[in-house]
Design a binder for this molecule. Structure first.
Ligand code: F6R
Ligand code: MG
Ligand code: MG
Length: 385
């Protein structure tokens, strides 16, 4: 039996340069130095350090399996050391995503975003790793649906015998902490009931029905739910395997030609289009956005990450980028009005309730009806409870 390989993608915002727009090269350099030490020790087979906006991304391959204590400790230590560098340079929000004081066995629930999969490496193993900034876990719902379940996006669902059976989607209810697995194409409508609400239901992974092999995994951590307050957006990552029983590389990238609207952008409080861009352009500037996504392509060879190829560094995504700017112009003209600003129930996880609280006592009863001054009363019962 072939050796199993684990691909771990762990990211965190440990300091922005300038503001929340990008990261300082010193952080990437430090992360690379630390991971090189781990590689020489034989703990990881290979690694790649990248950045999307103010998030530092660590991609690692190893034989230790998912949720491995040593690998998670390594990532935590790298972020911790990079935080020290960020503090020296007084970078913005140094250590922002490290929500706990000390590592306790697993980085899940501690702030960093994690996407990990264990695979048996195929004779040729193309993967695409997506990193987004200024948006939330759930931003991958629509593109993952398109890649693995929409025949108008993925010709292979119709044409290729290897894909014709369809896929299984595992969906997490981020509020209840429960999961459901739904099978496409037959349960496609059921799947859409949930994943069409990406603030609550997040596609966690996708597996091929023909082989049972994992095809995609995404980070599902919602920072606000971990911290219990607004601490910046989740800025999720996603690993997708391509070709064979999975969508072709071009089918994996195709969903991003339609810049879908995601939550995030300025102060994590606005809807905006997700702009696919090359790594060098992943520094959201306009109104701290619009939200960005980068795609790094690798061929894996005995665990070595051959690459990356910067997949959105391609003129065929120019129209999507242009459309993003047009949509951004239009949405921005709404200023503080919905639907540019998130609806009230989503604003619960921003800094707005603090402002509302100050005004709570100023609300007066109308026609003798008692009106509570509690901010939470302005939210739907399902949210307030
Ligand atoms: C959104 C984001 C930025 C900040 C904004 C205010 O995810 O990171 O839009 O929310 O720049 O930042 P603070 O509150 O740190 O001054
Ligand atoms: Mg930041
Ligand atoms: Mg960020």
């Amino acid at each position: 039996m072939a050796a199993e390989l684990t691909i771990s993608c762990i990211k965190a915002d440990v300091g922005g340069f300038v503001g929340h727009s990008a990261i300082h090269p010193a952080l990437k350099d430090e992360a690379g130095r630390q991971l090189e030490i781990a590689r020489r020790r034989g703990m990881v087979i290979d690694f790649h350090v990248t950045a999307c906006g103010d998030d530092l991304g660590l991609l690692m391959t190893h034989r230790l399996g998912i949720d491995n204590h040593e690998v998670h400790r390594l990532a935590w230590d790298v972020f911790d050391i990079c935080t020290r560098v960020a503090k020296e340079l007084k970078l913005y929000g140094a250590g922002q995503d490290l929500l706990k004081d000390a590592f306790s066995g697993n980085v899940r629930g501690m702030g960093p975003g994690i996407a990990e999969m264990t695979i048996v490496e195929r004779p040729s193993e193309p993967i695409i790793v997506f990193f987004a900034d200024k948006t939330s876990a759930g931003a991958w719902n629509l593109p993952l649906f398109r890649m693995f379940a929409d025949p108008f996006n993925t010709a292979g669902l119709v044409i290729s015998p290897a894909m014709h059976d369809g896929f299984r989607f595992r969906v997490l209810d981020v509020r209840k902490g429960t999961t459901i697995t739904l099978s496409t194409p037959e349960e496609m409508y059921d799947l859409l009931v949930f994943i069409g609400a990406p603030g609550r239901y997040v596609v966690e992974s996708v597996t091929a029905k023909s082989t049972g092999a994992i095809g995609a995994v995404s980070s599902t951590q919602r920072l606000a739910l971990i911290a219990g307050r607004y601490v910046g957006k989740d800025d999720p990552v996603c690993i997708v395997r391509a070709q064979g029983e999975f969508p072709a590389v071009g089918e994996v990238l195709e969903p991003f030609t339609m810049p879908h609207i995601v939550e995030g952008w300025m102060r994590g409080s606005h809807y905006g289009p997700l702009m696919p861009c090359r790594v060098g352009d992943a520094h959201p500037g306009r109104f701290d956005g619009p939200p960005r996504v980068i795609a790094l392509g690798f061929q894996i060879a005995e665990g070595q990450l051959i690459g990356p190829r910067d997949m959105f560094d391609d003129p065929s995504f120019d129209e999507a980028r242009h459309l993003c700017n047009v949509i951004a112009d239009h949405l921005r003209r709404h200023g503080p009005f919905e639907p540019h600003r998130l609806p009230m129930e989503e604003m619960e996880y921003t800094t707005l309730p603090e402002v509302m609280k100050k005004l709570a006592d100023r609300w007066q009863p109308v026609n003798g009806h008692a009106v509570s001054g509690e901010v939470v009363e302005t939210l739907p019962a399902s949210v307030a409870s």
